[in-house]
Design a protein around this ligand. Structure first.
Ligand code: SF4
Ligand code: SF4
Length: 313
């Protein structure tokens, strides 16, 4: 069954698949509580909910025995967005990954149930309280870098993480990737806001947090200049990572950059109507941000794109 699921995952476009026994992760629970205690979660109050469920996948699926972790590449072939225009994090240039990945997870779960109708399984991708990066590390797919992201030797960090929690037993991966960051500190040094400490992200200072998660109110004035031309997410701590030199373009058409979005001139972003927003972004992750917040983000960094000024950061 383990080999069959691996084979099916490749067929569905995942580039890695790992298996771990479902269990409590006390170290990760401790780190989460410390991070919350320091207020580094900013406005993400949901991170403080369901800590028990987050720390133990058996709370999410009754009788869970296994966590299957799957990685899906989203790295775009060409960087169609230019420096003198507004820019989006690479993961947000195609269609919303939640729907695309969930469709694929459903196929694996259907397969498991066809083999054994007694199987119970649930699939998630950034959609439930699960320590996704920790589980990926548990299956030996990669290590958690100093930029807090999961890094793989083969592909770097431009991928989505998904998991299936199930009562099915598998052959578990025993290999663990060692920390391969070594003396490198490039991500920490490159972060324009000082949001990174070693493997700790202070969301209160993170451009990605403010531009994608902050749904009410304005953005902090001291981040304006440092945000450069970023209106949704920030890739700086991935761009500088040497392991991302190995990134290969995704072959999943849903994650290829949307041509209309990639072709939007600066003026189009600045004069976008709500009707256009609904039409252009209906399949995009930006749809969840809302029209008003996208306008807010554009206006926030607009002074950084003054004629003749290169965006900072
Ligand atoms: S996403 Fe940007 S702001 Fe956030 S930690 Fe990385 S480099 Fe810093
Ligand atoms: S930039 Fe360097 S320190 Fe940061 S995650 Fe990559 S290898 Fe690790």
């Amino acid at each position: 069954m383990t080999a069959e699921v691996r084979k099916l995952s490749v067929k569905l476009g995942f580039h890695s698949c790992g298996f771990a026994r479902a269990r409590h992760l006390p170290e990760n629970e401790k780190s989460l509580r410390e991070w919350l205690g320091k207020g580094m979660h900013a406005g993400m109050n949901y991170m403080a909910n369901n800590i028990e469920n987050r720390s133990d996948p058996r709370c999410l699926v009754e009788g869970a025995q296994s966590v299957i972790v799957l990685l899906h590449n989203y790295f775009p072939e060409k960087d169609l967005l230019s420096d003198d225009n507004y820019t989006l994090a690479r993961y947000a240039r195609g269609n919303d990954y939640h729907k695309v990945i969930k469709r694929k997870l459903k196929k694996i779960i259907e397969y498991l149930k066809e083999q054994d109708p007694a199987v119970t399984a649930r699939g998630f991708t950034d959609s439930a309280p699960v320590f996704e990066k920790a589980w990926a590390a548990q299956t030996g797919l990669g290590w958690i870098g100093k930029n807090t992201l999961l890094i793989t030797r083969e592909q770097g960090s431009y991928f989505f993480i998904a998991e299936i929690i199930t009562n099915q037993l598998f052959d578990y991966d025993v290999h663990r990737e060692p920390d391969r960051c070594g003396d490198c500190n490039l991500c920490i040094e490159a972060c324009p806001t000082g949001a990174l400490n070693v493997r700790k992200l202070d969301a209160r200072k993170c451009i990605s947090y403010w531009t994608t998660e902050q749904r009410e109110g304005g953005l902090p004035e001291d981040l304006r200049e440092k945000s450069g031309n970023r209106i949704f997410g920030c890739d700086i701590c991935q761009e500088v990572c040497p392991w991302n030199k190995k990134a290969k373009p995704t072959d999943e058409p849903d994650f290829w950059p949307n041509q209309e979005i990639a072709g939007m001139e600066r003026e189009k972003w600045e004069t976008l109507s709500e009707e256009d927003f609904k039409r252009i972004f209906h399949l995009s992750p930006l749809r969840r941000l809302s029209f008003c917040n996208l306008v807010r983000n554009v206006n926030f960094v607009r002074p950084n794109l003054k004629e003749g000024n290169r965006p900072s950061g």
